[in-house]
Design a protein around this ligand. Sequence first.
Ligand code: HEC
Length: 116
Amino acid sequence: MNGFSRLLAVLLLTLAAGHPAWSADAANGKRVYLADGCFACHGRAGQGGAMNYPAPPLAQTKLPLAVFRIILRTGPKDMPAYAENVLPDQDVADIHAFLLSLPGRRPTQDMPLLNQ
Ligand code: HEC
């Protein structure tokens, strides 16, 4: 490996490490979302739900990954706080990617059953 390609490899590895969202895996995100119980409050399709407090819909979340991660680490209201040793940053990025892959809410005119 010559000097330039070594430099390029180091640069790419550094960028990849700093930006886990680049390699986010929505299928793993779905697995963790179900395994770690997010679905119990926020719904299997990220549609939201109600425990003691309303748990907001998460499908098609507008939250940037950095803010999303802070919310998970903090655990607002009756949501548990997920520390990094139980929910690594990579899993957080994967859950975020999974939520963005869900269809989210649709207007009723897009649902044939409601327009007969
Ligand atoms: C025990 C119920 C519960 C569980 C389990 C739970 N949450 Fe929450 N979550 C909540 C509630 C309630 C709120 C709203 C808090 C508020 O009103 O400030 C919330 C808020 C959020 C928000 C902020 C949404 C927004 O638009 O403001 C995100 C993101 C989130 N949860 C993600 C997750 C993820 C991902 C998991 C699983 C790792 C999870 N939650 C597990 C109850 C829960």
